[in-house]
Write a protein that binds this ligand. Structure first.
Ligand SMILES: [Zn+2]
Length: 139
């Protein structure tokens, strides 16, 4: 069975192929969760990168108790630079923008280590506003 649904992130039409014998009792719940491939792929990368950023910050906080603060912060800054550049590439590509990255992205994370999600979502919102695409995947 095929069902026409809409991507929960961007609203594009999505064709859902439902296997015969699939329990349709919760079908509306599944249809409401439909996502198009570009949105699903971008969202997966975003969430994985957020995890990497949080992991780097948590690892750094643990290491600070044991080692030289300057060296640990330098290592953390290098990891955050790598992760934010990767994230910027994915987010900008998703919104059809040239890759936009600035060291301030890393500075914001270094200064707001307990608010990583807010810093990342603020960056994504900035890129979304510059885009012509109606995607809103990162809200
Ligand atoms: Zn979509």
């Amino acid at each position: 069975m095929n069902i026409q649904a809409h991507c929960k992130f961007c609203g594009r039409q999505v064709n859902l192929a439902i296997d015969d014998g699939f329990d349709t009792e919760n079908l509306n719940k599944w249809v409401a969760m439909a996502a198009c491939n570009p949105c699903a792929d971008a969202r997966m990368v975003l969430l994985a990168t957020e995890d990497k950023i949080r992991g780097a910050i948590m690892g750094s906080a643990t290491a600070l108790r044991l080692d030289d603060r300057g060296a640990i912060e330098t290592q953390l800054r290098e990891k955050l630079t790598r992760h934010t550049k990767a994230l910027a590439h994915v987010v900008c590509r998703y919104y059809g923008q040239p890759s936009i990255w600035d060291v301030d992205f890393v500075n914001q994370l270094m200064e707001n280590q307990d608010r990583t999600k807010t810093v990342i979502r603020t960056y994504c919102e900035m890129i979304r506003r510059q885009a012509k695409s109606p995607h809103q995947v990162f809200k």
